[in-house]
Design a protein around this ligand. Sequence first.
Ligand SMILES: [Zn+2]
Length: 117
Amino acid sequence: MQGERTDLQGKSIEERFWSKVDIKGLNECWPWKGYINPSGYGLFRYYDRYIGAHKIALILSKENIPEDSIACHKCDNRKCCNPNHIYPGTNSDNQRDRYERIKTKRRSMCIEVNLVT
Ligand SMILES: [Zn+2]
């Protein structure tokens, strides 16, 4: 983790981010306590932009994430920011996941959020 990044309020991004996550047990969902958009995803304000909270959780907790990755939830909880429930996927993973879910009539857990945007 790079601890040098700070935001305008002088707190590190990590500090500000995790203070808005309801951190629970390792295998439980960690709900986002900040702003939730109408689609049900948590949003984190980063300077003048809003970024998916689960995406930040992924970026802060994992290294060497491929640039074209998308942040996918293993759980079916869009508000969840537990890094153990989020993994970097690719669009083809996402499509395969969606296909499997249509076949098995499960709801999709994978969302298309590009890490680069
Ligand atoms: Zn979860």
